[in-house]
Structure formats: C-alpha cells, structure tokens
Design a protein around this ligand. Sequence first.
Ligand code: SF4
Length: 308
Amino acid sequence: MEVYLAQPRGFCAGVVRAIEIVERALEKYGPPVYVRHEIVHNKYVVESLKAKGAIFVEELSEVPPKAVTVFSAHGVARSVEEEAAARDLPVLNATCPLVTKVHNQGKRYISKGRTLILIGHAGHPEVEGTMGQVPGPVLLVQSVQEVNALTLPADTPVAYITQTTLSVDDTRDIITALQARFTDIQGPDIRDICYATQNRQSAVRDLSKLVDVILVVGAANSSNSNRLREIGTEAGVASYLIADGSELNPEWLKNARTVGITAGASAPEVLVDDVIEAMRRIGPVKVQVLPGREENIEFRLPAQLAAS
Ligand code: SF4
C-alpha cells in the first residue's frame, strides 16, 4: 500500500507552547501542577502529562489553595481569571496567542459600540472562553440559517470574529451571509485567521486528490481534527478519524491502493507512527511525505517560565 503523509500535519505552535508550559511548570515548581480543562484535546498528551504529575480539573474549585494552575490552550472566560485572582492562585496562562488575538479583536469591536457576532461551535471551550472575555453580549452563529434567523435590524453596526479552528473556507459562506444581511459590518482581516488551521485544511485537500482513503489522527473531541475528516469526505474520499493504531479497521483499507494520513493540530507524531505500524501489520506499506507548506512559527512562553 502507498501511504502519503500530509504536510503540514499535527502539532501547531499553540499546542507546542501549551504542552511546554505544563512540562516546564512541573520542572520548575514540582508536581502536582493543576491544569484547567484538557490542555489540548488529545488523550495521549493528557495521559503523558498526568504521568509526569499534572492533575486535570474542569473547575477551579477543584484546585487546592496556592497550587500552580495552568489555563488550557483554548482560553478561559474573564470570570475564570477573576476566580483565580480572588483565590490568589499562581496561574500560567497557556491560551494560544492567536486565541488571545481573537479576544482582543472582540473587545475592540465592542468598545466601538458594535454588536458582536462570533462564528463558532456552541459549547466548545474556545467559544465559551471568547464569549466570556468580551465585555458585552455576543451572538453566536454556527450556520447561514442562523445568520438569516438573526432578528437585528439590517442597519445595526455589527462586527464578527471567528473561532480559530475554523478556516477561511469554513467561514466564507457565513461571512457572505452576514455581509448580505447587514449594511454596516466589520470583520478581521482574512490574514488574521489561524495559519495552522488553514495550512492543515489545505494539505488535506491536496491529499484528497491522490488517495483512496484518508485517515485523520486525532481525538473525537478535537474540533480541528473532525473538520479535517469532513474535508476529506466532502472531497469524495472515504475518511476516518482515529485516535491511534488500535482503532484502525482493516475493512477500510480493503480496496485501497493509496492511503493518506494527516493529524489534527493537537495530535502528536508518535500517534501517526502508531497508525503506520498498525497498517504494516495488515500488509507492506511504502510511506512518502508530500511536499507542503513549511511552518516555522514559534510562540514565546509566559514570562514566569521563559527564563527558567
Ligand atoms: S490551532 Fe491555531 S489557534 Fe489553535 S492552538 Fe493551534 S495555532 Fe493556536
């Protein structure tokens, strides 16, 4: 079987930084370090950090007094920051700088008196964080139908921001519908979207032109991994999301001569290797990495850890 690996795939700079924050905190302060929410949506990553002494919680009330606390890459609402400050918890914020940028865009639009619309998925921690960061009401829209159902007058000054794990392609129809619906509308520059989301989606589109089956390595609760699988399916290629090699179903590969593999932004390369190993147990495999966009973005660590 011919295997093509999408390029780029897997870890983005925001995920690398978030994991490094937990690891460095464990080294500097010693275990345990408390992490609010899965640091990134990947069980393997979470389990590895647990083994090193991280404790994952959903609410700050579960964190004991004075314990070092990390906020996940998805960002948190202001109420969470305030609760941490009120309890005097030493906090390391692993919110991806690109998510923080979206928060700042939202705050700017609200300060200019605009009604803010967030394009994103209800219930996703990033969306909850963003809605809780901007000081004003935020209308969440998930589809063109929801744009059409908005009851605001057409001349309301509005502005939109988007969840980072949606690409330009994902949001194009919704933005077009918003622009058709409102006469006074502003939004961020198209270049402001997350580079990693766009690059991984473009790479999976390229991959879909070459292969019979696509395997996306990623967690079931990872928004960007699910989106990669959907893009493969939309391109007409049978596409499956798998956490690791143990989930590979040989039936999927029965009639495939070429298989493409990619990985969501929170999936480590070791899991891609695990999937390839599982394929080798089915039959001979020849692996090629596709040419693709090179990424050399790095985000700085929080000041408390940068010097350590
Ligand atoms: S996908 Fe983009 S926004 Fe999300 S953590 Fe990675 S770099 Fe940051």
